[in-house]
Design a protein around this ligand. Structure first.
Ligand code: SAM
Length: 288
């Protein structure tokens, strides 16, 4: 990838976005995927896995804040958090912002993603890697959830690639059954479920599988500019349906107590509550 050449995202065969490359920073074939990091003219540094945009410095806050603050504040007293994937460290950083979190375990399959993120995207995780509450494991998320003791976590956050290749196991019935087992009584799990305008099947199929293990399943939305095609959906599965009905003022009070209020650029208490109200085309995709 030469300077001032275009890189085309390969997510969809017939349509996509492209970036003009200012400077290539890394191109590595790991044991799991092709990793590419480059400096763009428009979005800061960008990481691609197998040709698909995972993160850009410019808009990572949208996705990371919604994937982290919504489940933690909906729960309200999460102390033990399991993160699957998320090798760039951005979710870990947001989780550790919450004062009440005592332990955050992150399980990422590809150590090269972590290494390259530390080297080329250091601002995404900040100091999170060195936080004494953090435990970073290089391993497969499906193996970790199989072995984790019952009721050992309060919240699970899955920041994975799409359900192809190594990420596929994280969307299976077996994964959700184990997630339900390792979560505590009021536990919940969220995961990235793609852009339903383009990937409606991903949302519907994942929701059907989650519903076999959890009494309350739903989805909420976030507008991430580089996950192109309109709103992206974040999947939600909880043991207690009241968790997604917490009102704006209670969420604001929890965010204040957690040390999160006023630190965000996308998440607000109003957006938190509003994100669960789905446009009809997304509600239809969710229902199948
Ligand atoms: N935010 C991005 C998105 O939605 O497109 C995804 C972030 S990327 C850091 C996702 C990470 O999940 C990758 O680093 C990948 O290696 C990891 N991953 C995929 N399958 C995994 C598995 N089975 N266990 C643990 N991590 C996995």
């Amino acid at each position: 990838m030469a300077t001032d050449s275009w890189v085309n995202e390969s997510l969809y065969a017939e349509w996509g976005q492209r970036f003009l490359v200012k400077r290539e920073l890394a191109r590595v074939k790991s044991g799991f995927q092709d990793i590419m990091v480059f400096e763009s003219y428009t979005h800061g540094r960008v990481m691609l896995l197998d040709g698909v945009v995972q993160i850009t410095e410019a808009d990572e806050f949208v996705y990371q804040e919604m994937l982290t603050h919504v489940p933690l504040l909906a729960h309200g007293a999460a102390k033990r958090v399991l993160i699957i994937g998320a090798g760039d460290g951005g979710v870990l950083r947001r989780v550790l912002q919450h004062r009440n979190v005592e332990r955050a375990v992150m399980v990422e399959i590809d150590g090269e993603v972590i290494r390259l993120a530390k080297e080329h995207l250091p601002g995404i995780a900040g100091d999170a890697w060195n936080d004494p509450r953090a435990e970073v494991i290089v391993g497969d998320g499906i193996d970790y959830v199989r072995q984790a003791p019952a009721a050992s976590f309060d919240v699970v956050i899955v920041d994975s690639t799409d359900p192809i290749g190594v990420g596929e196991v994280l969307f299976t019935e077996e994964f959700y059954a184990n997630a339900a087992r390792l979560l505590s009584e009021r536990g919940l799990i969220v995961n990235q479920c793609g852009v339903p305008f383009m990937q409606a099947d991903e949302l519907r199929d994942t929701n059907l599988r989650r519903a076999k293990a959890f009494p309350d399943t739903h989805a909420y939305v976030a507008a991430v500019p580089t996950y192109v095609g309109g709103f992206m959906t974040l999947g939600w599965a909880a043991k207690d349906a009241s968790l997604r009905q917490v009102g704006v003022e209670e969420i604001r009070a929890r965010a204040q107590a957690a040390g999160v209020l006023g630190t965000t650029r996308y998440w607000t208490p109003e957006i938190h509550v509003g994100a669960f109200h789905l446009p009809p085309y997304i509600a239809a995709a969710l229902a199948g």
